[in-house]
Design a protein around this ligand. Structure first.
Ligand code: ZN
Length: 128
């Protein structure tokens, strides 16, 4: 809830009746609130002090209140998560490795090694 100066000052005024520090509880300052409550507003010195400090303390309390909801929500990125599985699976690529066996034969005329598939000898031109 948003803190108002009016409420803070009403609670602060109760310090004059011996109920010190209620405005500090209201503004989320529990530790100093207890100190004020148990020491009659630091023997009323705190009462005078807080008369000036309340506006700043209210603003600070409201800033602290706003921070978690406003900023955390505002800065949340929009993340769209696609849970659906892909409809088309990537095709499997099958690599056929073709091994060509090159067999060489010896030319019956010149004796040089030449490829089996070739009709003529590379060296002498004779038919293999
Ligand atoms: Zn030959």
């Amino acid at each position: 809830m948003k803190k108002s100066r009016a409420v803070a000052y009403v609670l602060w005024a109760l310090g004059a009746l011996g109920l010190g520090g209620l405005h500090r509880f209201y503004l989320g300052r529990r530790t100093s609130g207890w100190v004020y409550l148990l020491t009659l507003d630091l023997v009323f010195v705190g009462l005078l002090l807080d008369y000036k400090l309340i506006p700043a303390m209210v603003d600070e309390a409201n800033r602290a209140l706003r921070l978690p909801p406003d900023h955390s929500q505002a800065h949340l990125p929009n993340i769209v998560v696609n849970i659906a599985a892909p409809a088309v699976t990537a095709p499997r690529v099958i690599v056929h490795e073709v091994i060509k066996e090159v067999v060489k034969i010896r030319c019956s005329y010149c004796g040089q090694l030449t490829n089996q598939g070739t009709p003529k000898c590379d060296e002498c031109g004779a038919r293999t």
